[in-house]
Design a protein around this ligand. Structure first.
Ligand code: NZQ
Ligand code: ZN
Length: 388
């Protein structure tokens, strides 16, 4: 097992009705920026619940954070936080709103050009330099409610880039599974597949000595395979909703990645497809992952075979046979979850993507990705072309 440090200060508050604790969680006398997205929180009553539980606080609202949040929009919020001397930010939304708030939190007191936060991947580690924030999660998918990473898009250059650091964990996250009742089917499907792929990025590498991490990762995968198709059809079923929400958090709150190698190339390539074509984040993963498993077959076949046996009960005479069946089973699951797994099914303009992505990675100096740093630019090209 590799050495590790486990640090996660987020106060994770889970279950029905937990929003009532909001007034005790927000610091006394805080001046709050209430940040949200395109307005779903007005239709499903979450905005009303938040306001009801924050009576007496000084609140300024900032709406309009888009899915795949834009640097340009977030900078407007940064100006408000500075001008109004906001002391606490409350993110009410899915991954995009929470990620947007992480950026606002770090950018407010950032000395220098805020675009460099993204371009130079600045790490925020000093709590005294960020604005504290909490979240009310409305969409289980990204794990952003219990991690310190974020992804922000620069509209001007169509780039989707990451930021983060130990100072960017939410102070608290209220995770009430009943909020998923109002999610459109497409977003429920996205949530399951995003969480599933987060586990795969940290699990589907090569055999190692971290037995417990493998078993925890497999239990999240198995749970998602078991409940995923049902929760999409029955989002008001509390048993399904609560397990889904907890799986999505556990998939990316840092726990399963401790002491093990991780990949993340599916995400790095997928982010480019969203930047290029505005395809939903999870759907880009469903396009790239199967192709990546095929191109990186030699590196991943041992773990693919283990995954196939333990998650899908595949059998076979060789590692290769089991690994191939595991990829087929994964594609079947993605289809069952409403995903298309070919880029050409999302856009007619797909042929430019491989060269475009390779050029971008080259310019950024990303010449080797994956758990063994053997996903070279040539392989990135093969992976993207394999997804056509
Ligand atoms: O904007 P509103 O009106 O709120 O509507 C949203 C949005 O249109 C809607 N929605 C959210 N909760 C709802 C709801 N509609 C009805 N009822 C509810 N309860 O859903 C739409 C999508 O929301 P969004 O926040 O964009 O989705 P998601 O949570 O999937 O977040 C995706 C973003 O997170 C990033 C992705 O790249 C993408 O930008 N990621 C963040 C990660 C992290 N911070 O750790 C890791 C992930 O891999 C991912 O990259
Ligand atoms: Zn993701």
């Amino acid at each position: 097992m590799l050495n590790f440090e486990l640090y996660n200060p987020t106060n994770y508050i889970f279950g029905k009705g937990q929003i009532e604790k909001l007034s005790k969680l927000v610091p006394k006398n805080a001046k709050i920026l209430l940040a949200y997205g395109g307005g779903s929180i007005f239709k499903n009553g979450i905005h009303e619940q938040v306001i009801k539980n924050l009576q007496g606080f000084d609140i300024i609202e900032f709406g309009g954070i888009e899915p795949n949040p834009r640097f340009e929009t977030l900078m407007t919020a940064v100006e408000i936080v500075r001008k109004e001397k906001i002391t606490f930010i409350l993110a009410v939304g899915g991954g995009s709103v929470i990620d947007g708030v992480k950026f606002i939190s770090g950018a407010t007191n950032f000395e220098g050009n805020p675009i460099d936060i993204l371009k130079n991947k600045v790490l925020f580690t000093d709590l005294s330099k960020v604005i504290s924030f909490g979240t009310v999660l409305t969409l289980p998918a990204t794990g952003s409610e219990m991690n310190s990473g974020a992804v922000v898009t620069i509209e001007a250059t169509q780039e989707k880039l990451v930021l983060g650091g130990s100072a960017l964990f939410p102070k608290f996250s209220i995770c009430d599974p009943t909020v998923i009742a109002s999610l459109p089917k497409r977003q429920l499907e996205n949530g399951v597949v995003d969480a599933f792929t987060h586990v795969m990025e940290q699990y589907l590498t090569y055999p190692h000595d971290a037995i417990l991490q493998d078993r925890i990762a497999e239990s999240i995968l198995q749970t998602l395979v078991e409940i995923g198709p049902n929760v999409v059809e029955n989002p008001t079923d509390y048993k399904l909703a609560s397990n889904f929400m907890w799986c999505a958090t556990m998939a990316l709150n840092g726990l399963i990645q401790k002491g093990v190698p991780s990949d993340w190339a599916t995400h790095m390539i997928g982010h480019e497809l969203t930047a290029l074509y505005e395809i939903d984040h999870a759907r880009t993963l469903a396009v790239i992952a199967p192709s990546l498993y095929k191109v990186m077959f030699e590196t991943k076949k041992d773990k693919l075979a283990q995954y196939g046996e333990r998650i899908f009960n595949v059998s076979g005479d060789s590692i290769e046979e089991k690994a191939e069946k595991a990829i087929e089973k994964t594609i079947e699951f993605l289809h069952k979850m409403g995903m298309q797994t070919k880029l050409s099914e999302y856009t007619e303009d797909y042929k430019k993507s491989a060269d475009f992505i390779v050029n971008r990675f080259e310019t950024r100096g990303w010449k080797a990705l994956g758990e063994k740093q053997n996903i070279t630019l040539q392989r990135v090209k093969e992976i993207v072309e394999g997804s056509y």
